[in-house]
Design a protein around this ligand. Sequence first.
Ligand code: BGC
Length: 759
Amino acid sequence: MKMKQIKELISQMTLEEKASICSGADFWHTEKLERLGIPATMVSDGPHGLRKQDEGADHLGINDSIKAVCFPAGCGSAASFNRELLTEMGETLGNECQAEGVSVILGPAVNIKRSPLCGRNFEYYSEDPYLASQIAGALIKGIQSKNVGTSIKHFLANNQENRRMSVSAEVDERTLREIYLAAFETAIKEQKPWTVMCSYNRINGVYAAENKKYLTDILRGEWGFDGYVVSDWGAVNDRVADLKAGLDLEMPSSNGMNDALIVEAVKNGTLDEKVVDEAVEHILNIVYRFEENRDKTAVFDRDKDHEKARKVAEESIVLLKNDDILPLCESQKVAFIGKYAQKPRYQGGGSSHINSHKVTSAMEAAADNANITYAQGYVDNKNEVDEVLLAEALEAAKNADVAVVFAGLPDVFESEAYDRKHMHMPDCQNLLIEKVAEVQPNVVVVLHNGSPVEMPWLPKVKGVLEAYLGGQAVGGAEYDILFGKVNPSAKLPETFPIQLEDNPSYLNFPGEGDTVEYREGIFVGYRYYDKKKMNVLFPFGHGLSYTEFAYSNLKLSAESIKDTDELTVFVDVTNTGTREGKEVVQLYVSDKESFVIRPVKELKGFEKVFLMPGETKTVTFTLNKRSFAYYNTQIHDWHVESGSFTIMIGKSSRDIVVTADVEVHSTVELPVFYTTDTPLGDVIKNEKVADMIRGLFANNVLDSQNAATEASSEAITAEMMEAQMRDMPLRGVLSFAGDLGIDMNKLQELVDQMNRMNQ
Ligand code: BGC
């Protein structure tokens, strides 16, 4: 429906009717208005499958929803580093929504993995905002291509579950822009999600739902968002304040309570009715976008979609370690050990919980392989060693050529609504792996977890596969990777630290009471570990393959560019091994010298390429101003510092294979304002005003200081003297420079003149 018609409809509504549209009819439906023929539409979770609930609605996954297909959770799908795959997954989900009459699927969830402990990390994509936004954008593109909306969530700075409904994330402006907003920004600007879900928490003291700066100024004003903003379920605190800030739709229904407050506020003049009109317009725009583009032919073919989930799982499993053990041969005697071989943990708890129509375990996938034996090894809902199960497992391991231990985190260890307390796997599982390694030299561990774990047993095993929470088809994908039918191609979308204490948020997670300070600033994930030159268990971007890739011919389209220009980067990648495979080519940008505190390098591009043995392909990247910029809080905008940057092409953030430098020239001069407190060095740096200062007194200062120095100590060199002077405020010169014939008033006049000259 055209905007004009929507406005026309709104003009026919009573205030009460408009207020009613601003909140849900129940848990999952928008409000209808029969008098004007306005239909209700349904929304459902999300994000990695359809959780359509009809009866017994709740939002934490307690009651069953319809049978559906569970794809790998965000932790896994992000590891694919594959935009096309995510778009295909989105198309499938969009089609399922059309078949089930769901107008908006509540996802993707792009919150940054600030700490490995966040209970919801399994749903989130990455510690890196570029990767998170690219993956989210690709999924949105696919879903919305089927005329079904998405709800990118949870906007903003919802990086922990602890006190998520009241905690205030205290984050500085630059960090918000470079890390937390950036995870949303590109996906929103480029893929235009139909809706955005605002989070429960506060940001610098103000509830997300009441935060006009983010919900309106940045989201609509800067990023051009034109859909509706929906509250996270129950995130509304002050309905009228929320509406004014830009929160259009309250979910779930407040049973008329908040609608009445809206009506009252308009009547008593504290709320402009135009604000209500705008919210209704945003909501109806999306309601009709769905209603008028229904695909009544869509069919939810669960078996077909199961195969698609398997395809995504194949690219979501990261080969972390391989000491010549994988792939296995079907002629080898292999013991599958651990409950997750038979009953995989493949999804997390809470609102994203899918009622899977079927689940394939690795044991089921191995049904035709007579050389596989199974032993349960542990009980996953108790952290206790079961001696009988342990003995059986050791027996199976001894009698095999290889033992594959399927381990990970039990449901109770990670879920929506609470955070983890530590980064350990259950002791009984760690012990099982250690014991198996004592009786069997060939051990592979397959992990099922939504977030990093410590691996005390790592040196004792030959192979590790990180299967993440790989969705309902995970067992088939695991089997195919273990036996080399599929070549692993996933990469870690996050760093695995050696221990929790190494993580940059460690000292400030989850904060004190209702406040959490993001004191590590922009140094999240690899940005921190790199800067501190710390050893990690597995770095961001790491993931092995059964083949080898070589990189050559890195070329840049220019040696020198302006920050308004684009730079094209070309690099050749060759499959030098004997198997076909996919490689994720990663591009990082590093500012070689900078006055601003910056990470060592940042991911600014990635491409996944398929290569046959011996094949070479040229991979191309386009970089722009944002690829080189940091967020400058003086001008409240992105800024590039002129100078030399290194373009790094790597197999991971710690395995950079080729580099090239480019000069980037800023077209923006930062405003400079001098005061009598400005250090001398800062003045001398600016050629426009430096001569004034030099001419007037800089030399006298240096001369008189030099004379004093010669007399007192030969140890103070001219270099030291210059360094000492650099930080001296202009006013200091009056005290130290003897009689220059100028006083404070004269100095102030000079400073004013400098400011005029600099304009
Ligand atoms: C979650 C959202 C979810 C909503 C509806 C909330 O508790 O935070 O991610 O979409 O419930 O189930």
